[in-house]
Design a protein around this ligand. Structure first.
Ligand code: NAI
Ligand code: 15L
Length: 268
């Protein structure tokens, strides 16, 4: 059955704002939650994932959850621990207690960001590629995926973990030509993740059907995802501005791009 009422965490963020615009057309009534007020939506729940009572109340009665809330870039370990690791645990525990059947978890390419990008005729990166987080941020996404597996195996709570590439209105770098997910395809993938049957815990790659794709979309397609977009129309302009990816530049060598090589942020 199609879930109708969906809790969208991180609703004030970039992706949350895009999905608030697109998901209603797929038939969802959204309940919104964020640390910050959501512009123009006074009924949105303003709560920190650290607040267990507020999180439990927020999940009560929904059919499913799309979990986007958290720190979306590298930060100190303490901040990542609180928002992404403890926050995601609090959400899953609330979902278990309230009997919510399914979560769509916004994982990230940075869970496997240190994986070399394919070159030439190399095969696409498979979805079961070993974890190689490129940051504490990516490590928190590995935690979220493992938490999802635990809650499926022990409690029967289903999750689709979407390792999102780059979901923005347009690709803005040459790397993004390979990992871009158009917002419309993002909504299609979330819809597939909410409606496919018997997903248990399934990990999928989240991007459009890009000509320069680096990873395999098979497990996403198996959910019924049929991407309609391709970053290729943006390629000529971006390559003219930025040049092709440099084979000798370590920041261009891996799936995670500059996250792999950026200096760490102190204090760890
Ligand atoms: P964003 O940083 O724009 O939005 C995240 C939202 O989460 C913010 O509105 C923030 O206030 C909220 N938040 C942070 N900590 C919170 C807490 N403790 N309690 C409640 N709310 C909290 O990030 P964006 O781009 O919208 O990403 C959304 C999710 O998707 C994130 O989990 C991110 O890691 C993931 N993702 C996004 C990608 C993208 O291309 N946009 C790529 C890969 C993953
Ligand atoms: C992510 O995980 C980030 O949340 C997003 O802001 C982008 O940096 C994206 O990955 C990316 O790799 O482009």
């Amino acid at each position: 059955p199609t879930p109708r009422t969906v809790l969208l965490t991180g609703a004030a963020g970039g992706l949350g704002t895009l999905m608030r615009g697109l998901l209603p057309d797929h038939g969802y009534a959204l309940r919104l939650l964020d640390l910050r007020p959501v512009d123009g939506v006074p009924e949105a729940i303003v709560a920190d994932l650290a607040d267990k009572d507020a999180v439990r109340e927020a999940v009560r009665g929904v059919d499913a959850i799309i979990h986007l809330a958290g720190i979306s870039l590298e930060a100190s370990f303490d901040k990542i621990l609180r928002a992404n690791i403890e926050g995601t645990y609090n959400l899953y525990e609330a979902a278990r207690q309230e009997g919510v059947g399914r979560v769509v978890f916004a994982s990230s390419n940075h869970a496997v960001g240190c994986t070399p990008r394919p070159r030439g005729d190399d095969p696409l990166i498979p979805v079961d590629t070993p974890r190689r987080p490129d940051t504490f941020y990516g490590l928190s996404k590995c935690f979220g995926e493992d938490l999802a597996q635990l809650y499926w195996d022990k409690h029967g709570l289903e999750t689709v973990s979407v390792r999102i590439g780059s979901c923005f209105p347009e690709p803005t770098s040459v790397r993004m030509l390979s990992v871009w997910m158009s917002p419309a395809d993002g909504a299609r993938l979330f819809h597939a993740a909410l409606t496919a049957e018997n997903v248990g815990h399934t990990v999928v790659h989240g991007s459009s059907a890009n000509t320069r794709l680096w990873w395999d979309l098979g497990s996403a397609r198996a959910l019924g995802y049929d991407p309609q977009d391709d970053s290729e129309p943006y390629a000529e302009k971006l390559i003219a501005e930025q040049g092709e990816l440099d084979p000798d530049n370590p920041a261009h060598a891996c799936l995670g791009g500059h996250f792999v090589t950026d200096p760490p942020r102190w204090p760890y």
